[in-house]
Design a binder for this molecule. Structure first.
Ligand code: SF4
Length: 162
């Protein structure tokens, strides 16, 4: 995987992303996350971290689970189908509480998830190699309903992402 260079997230455009959508970690960040919070990720998921997913990945169409910060107000382990919400680490000073260990995707300008090479999918593919780390959480990705899809489109339009 060709990594994008680290950039600061001090501009208003990046900050607006923290207010409505979170970036995904890379699997190689698990160690530093656990070190930072002094807990295994299984104990953090459903609290300050959550599991998102890439629908129908490269490994035969299975959804790929990925790790990310949780949203304010989401007390489940899984990010909702419409993945819009304020990051739990975005503080009142409009700064990131975990800046030093922020997710890989939060380090790009404007969280350009769907750039030329669909980087979001590339990150999901990295997670496809380590799906076993989610085994003990017994996460089931629900089938998306028409309501979910409509909600996703509505939220995306409101946030300017779709
Ligand atoms: S982890 Fe930090 S940079 Fe990433 S969305 Fe949350 S507040 Fe923003």
């Amino acid at each position: 995987m060709n990594k994008r260079p680290d950039t600061s997230c001090k501009c208003d455009v990046c900050r607006s992303w923290c207010d409505r959508r979170v970036g995904w970690f890379l699997p190689e960040q698990i160690g530093e996350i656990e070190k930072h919070f002094k807990k295994p990720i299984a104990k953090l998921i459903g609290n300050i971290l959550a599991v998102d997913y890439w629908v129908g990945g490269k490994d035969g169409g299975k959804d790929i689970l990925v790790l990310c910060p949780n949203f304010v107000g989401n007390d489940g382990k899984l990010i909702p189908f419409s993945p819009y919400g304020r990051c739990v680490f975005y503080n009142e000073r409009k700064e990131c509480d975990i800046y030093e260990i922020r997710p890989y995707e939060c380090r790009w300008p404007t969280h350009d998830f769907h750039g030329e090479e669909n980087d979001h999918e590339i990150v999901a593919h990295e997670w496809s190699r380590v799906q076993n780390i989610f085994d003990e959480l017994e996460i089931e990705v629900p089938e998306a309903s028409l309501f979910d899809v409509l909600n996703f489109m509505k939220d995306g339009l409101i946030s300017g992402d779709v």
